[in-house]
Write a protein that binds this ligand. Structure first.
Ligand SMILES: *[C@@H]1O[C@H](CO)[C@@H](O)[C@H](O)[C@H]1NC(C)=O
Ligand SMILES: *[C@@H]1O[C@H](CO)[C@@H](O)[C@H](O)[C@H]1NC(C)=O
Ligand SMILES: *[C@@H]1O[C@H](CO)[C@@H](O)[C@H](O)[C@H]1NC(C)=O
Length: 350
């Protein structure tokens, strides 16, 4: 529903490399890269304390990440000594499923990732925080302990209102269509994609104003009932139950499927060979988890300052080289780099 914001987000992709001047006329939105902290089977939001969690994730952000992260005691800001994201005040954690290629002989290889247009680092996740466009509409940054989840790791059918989708990327950046509208699909693309596969996960922008989390990690937040959360005439209406406008968090990952584009190595029946780490080859199970961990009021300041891109006068930033140094060892020792007989935690697909 955020066509306009995303149209402009795509324009930003051409000109907002770290330190690069931001083109004029682009509405405010933080857009920055977070490299991998670790790729492993942990999920402190959905299965806290479970070692391993049911499926493999790519995890980025502050290095206090661990299997439990009890909201009553775990302080992401105090307990982290670094972040894999550009802004050093952002000790939050973000995670998603990871993509695998399945060869004809039935073995699997994790699909590498590319830094997003204009950004650097080792791939990982591009994170957006988008405030309302109008300078006179405010947005309320998240409170300590805030968490939320988008998507359903057990889904086997398309969602009604897609917030998780794939784009088959052309060779050059594609400005033509926006967030989860055609040609984006909830299924994984059926044909080889010369520019890789982009996965987008868009979080809700309305909050109940009370709960930092709920048992399903979803009910305390809601999507606008009309349009996006912007103040323009086309949108900005939060439901009465969730009246507080929060920044729009969006996660974007570019999967470099190009080493696997030769149809000679695709399944003989012509189906596509990519599989989410949930063991899902349809594509409905990609999901995004968010555990808020910005230092003090830094996110609020950045939203109020209407910063754009990955340079912000009210935030500290580090180079991509520095952010790539922030990593964690795996707690669950899975081979996530070699060819494997099955995706960690999964049975081989039939
Ligand atoms: C996670 O970190 C917290 C504090 O940083 C610690 O108390 C807890 O024991 C850790 N849990 C695990 C499973 O390592
Ligand atoms: C399976 O196929 C892949 C891709 O062709 C190849 O790299 C791998 O070595 C093969 N594994 C086995 C066990 O044959
Ligand atoms: C907010 O800004 C818009 C356009 O810039 C203007 O039309 C509107 O009156 C302003 N609202 C308030 C409450 O200042």
């Amino acid at each position: 529903m955020q066509w306009k914001a995303l149209a402009l987000a795509l324009l930003v992709e051409h000109g907002s490399g770290q330190g690069a001047p931001v083109p004029s006329g682009i509405p405010p939105m933080l857009r920055f890269q977070c490299s991998h902290l670790v790729i492993e089977r942990l999920d402190p939001l959905v299965t806290p304390g479970s070692i391993p969690s049911p499926h493999l994730h790519q995890i980025v952000g502050g290095n206090s990440f661990n299997a439990t992260m009890d909201p009553a005691t775990h302080d992401l800001v105090k307990d982290s000594t670094c972040t894999s994201c550009t802004f050093t005040e952002d000790l939050s954690n973000y995670w998603t499923a990871v993509m695998y290629f399945r060869a004809r002989n039935g073995t699997y290889k994790r699909v590498p990732q590319l830094p997003n247009l204009g950004l650097g680092g080792n791939g990982g996740i591009t994170v957006y925080y988008i405030p309302p466009h109008s300078p006179n509409v405010s947005v309320t940054a998240f409170k300590p302990g805030f968490r939320m989840l988008v998507g359903d790791a057990a889904s086997n059918k398309p969602g009604q209102d897609p917030k998780v989708c794939h784009r088959c990327m052309p060779k050059e950046g594609d400005n033509s269509n926006l967030n989860c509208a055609a040609p984006d699909t909830q299924t994984l693309p059926a044909e080889p994609c010369v520019g890789g596969i982009r996965s987008v996960i868009t979080f809700p922008t309305c909050w109940d104003g009370v709960n930092t989390d709920t048992p399903d990690h979803k009910s305390h937040v809601a999507y606008p009932i009309k349009g996006n959360h912007d103040s323009t005439p086309d949108g900005g209406v939060c439901p009465d139950t969730h009246p507080v406008k929060i920044p729009q968090v969006m996660l974007e990952t570019i999967w470099d499927t190009t080493p696997f584009n030769d149809k000679e190595i695709w399944p003989e029946d012509g189906s596509q060979p990519f599989v989410w780490s949930t063991n899902d080859k349809d594509g409905y199970t990609q999901h995004g988890d968010y555990v808020f961990g910005w230092k003090d009021d830094s996110l609020q300041r950045a939203m109020d300052a209407r910063c754009t891109g990955d340079v912000c006068s009210v935030l500290q930033h580090q180079t991509f080289e520095e952010s790539m140094k922030c990593t964690l060892p795996q707690t669950v020792k899975d081979d996530v780099d070699g060819w494997v007989a099955s995706i960690p935690g999964q049975s081989p697909l039939a």
